[in-house]
Design a protein around this ligand. Sequence first.
Ligand code: URA
Length: 242
Amino acid sequence: MKERLQKVLARAGIGSRRAAEEYIAAGRVMVDGCPVTRMGLQVDPELQQITFDGHPLSFPEEKVTVLLNKPAGYVTTMHDPQGRPLVGSLVKEPGLRLFPVGRLDLETEGALLLTNDGDLANRILHPRYEIKRTYQATVQGLPAASDLQSLRRGIELEGRRTWPAEIRTLRRRDGDCTLEVIIHEGRKRQVRKMFAAIGHPVLRLKRVAYGGLRLGDLASGAYRRLDPEDIRRIFQGGPAPG
Ligand code: URA
């Protein structure tokens, strides 16, 4: 795509557009080997070689983070030897290589972040930030209040105690019930293992919030780009009501 030369220089981090115009006027910019001093030349940085003081321009990749409502049946990896559908196939951001932040099980639905910002991904996953993950878990039967209390306090799972969890009942039905479960650990299949441990297997699991960032009314399989305010919400205490 063609753009004005001074805009391309600014995008490559050379300086402001005003500064770029001065560099052009000073003959420090070459396009396909020829010095360009004329303002406003339209160039295509994908197809043409542009240099500043003899150095080719490089463009820092735009940092993009998206929130996807992962449907059940999609794998949270970039590649699957079994050929199952990949979460990446739902995110159409040409030219950007977005990778999932953490994982959700094949059958788990809901909030999944994908980003090309490695530092942000590390901060989100680092236990130091204790980011709360909020799930809605539909489990078989009606767990006894005492069992829920032991899950809240923490139970032994594979030789390691779980951190305290917040659990409240959202809905009771014949044969199953739906609970809100808030944990800040990301152990593999943790919610499923916690409820299996008290004899109430998880029938359906959906992550509805990441810190204070809620999935909201995002349709299953849809995603949206996050803005800086959304990113701040991830690091905020708990999900806002609603
Ligand atoms: N806990 C689970 O059991 N599964 C998930 O996908 C996420 C949390």
